[in-house]
Design a protein around this ligand. Structure first.
Ligand SMILES: Nc1ncnc2c1ncn2[C@@H]1O[C@H](COP(=O)(O)OP(=O)(O)OP(=O)(O)O)[C@@H](O)[C@H]1O
Ligand SMILES: [Mg+2]
Length: 297
């Protein structure tokens, strides 16, 4: 039996290192400084986020990963301006965030399309609200729908679409508002594994063609490594930054890369951070049978 030695995830090929050095020279699109969020609950104060700081560069794709309850959704809601932090600051292209704004778009896990509107009407909604004429909004909507590969379905209604198609419309709808930063909170979480993989490739294809910075929340390790330039790893209780990992896997990404040593090494490193060896038993609740049953193994 041969034993494969994995490389150190911090070792980057010259191409990947050059890419990161270019990335760091780009303007900062999103700056998060000392973000803390506490919730007062009947059971006392819950510190969802504790002094979280990081920055994301223009056209970077950063995934945020961490165990359930570590504050990922709270973080993204604050970044989108839907929630106010207890302390700390969020800046988008050096402007302080104090509420929702068209410079930031959101795609959630749940399907959030208007069921009574067609695909085209859903995508036109934002531009129409922004005061664009029906003609311009329709023309732009068609371009976004084309970008997500759904031109044949522009007159379909959400109930006539698959889960993956609905999320592609949700992406088109968010992009139609021309945000500078797109936040995605587990957008593919409800999809089956195969559709999810396809959606990840679609997203990278869309990102390649649109000038946008993406912050993508997930708890799927493969998804995080496949999509990201860098991965922000959060600890739980309270949510703190554990590490920002530079993914050493070259771009363009392809599904075949998930078997490459750099991919596997990065995945393994993050997995160890999230599930330290020996922790599993502590975390798993044990159900005891009242009567011992010889048929239960
Ligand atoms: N409105 C609220 N009121 C009270 N506590 C809250 C509220 N929102 C979130 N919390 C608490 O803050 C912590 C972080 O929650 P959050 O939903 O941000 O976690 P998450 O990382 O997104 O989890 P998951 O992976 O399960 O989606 C949890 O302990 C949660 O119970
Ligand atoms: Mg969440």
């Amino acid at each position: 039996m041969s034993i494969v030695t994995l490389p150190d995830y911090r070792v980057q090929s010259p191409d990947v290192a050059a890419r990161f050095s270019r990335l760091q020279q780009r303007p900062v699109a999103l700056e998060v400084r000392g973000l803390t969020k506490r919730f007062e609950t009947p059971r006392g104060t819950v510190t969802a986020l504790d002094n979280v700081s990081f920055s994301v560069h223009k056209r970077e794709l950063m995934c945020v990963i961490g165990p359930s309850g570590c504050g990922k959704s709270t973080l993204v809601r604050i970044l989108a301006g839907l929630e106010t932090p207890s302390s700390g600051e969020v800046r988008v292209y050096d402007e302080a965030v104090s509420g929702p704004g068209p410079d930031r778009g959101m795609v959630f896990q749940g399907y959030t399309l208007f069921p009574w509107m067609s695909v085209k009407e859903n995508v036109m909604f934002g531009p129409r609200m922004a005061g664009k004429s029906g003609f311009i909004a329709e023309r732009e909507a068609r371009e976004w729908i084309d970008l997500v590969g759904l031109s044949k379905f522009e007159n379909a209604y959400p109930h006539q679409l698959s889960g993956g198609m609905k999320q592609r419309v949700a992406i088109a709808r968010a992009l139609a508002n021309q945000p500078r930063v797109l936040f995605m909170d587990e957008p593919f979480g409800a999809l089956d594994a195969q559709t999810r993989c396809k959606m990840q490739s679609y997203l990278l294809e869309i990102w390649k063609n649109v000038d946008i910075t993406i912050v993508f929340i997930t708890h799927d390790l493969d998804e995080a490594v496949f999509l990201s330039d860098r991965i922000l790893v959060l600890d739980a209780n309270p949510g703190r930054v554990r590490e920002v990992v530079e993914v050493p896997v070259p771009r363009p990404r392809s599904e075949a890369q998930i078997f490459e040593p750099t991919f596997v090494a990065t995945r393994k490193h993050i997995d160890h951070m999230m599930h330290p060896p020996g922790q599993e038993q502590k975390d798993t609740p044990v159900m005891r049978l009242a009567v011992s049953d010889p048929d239960v193994i």
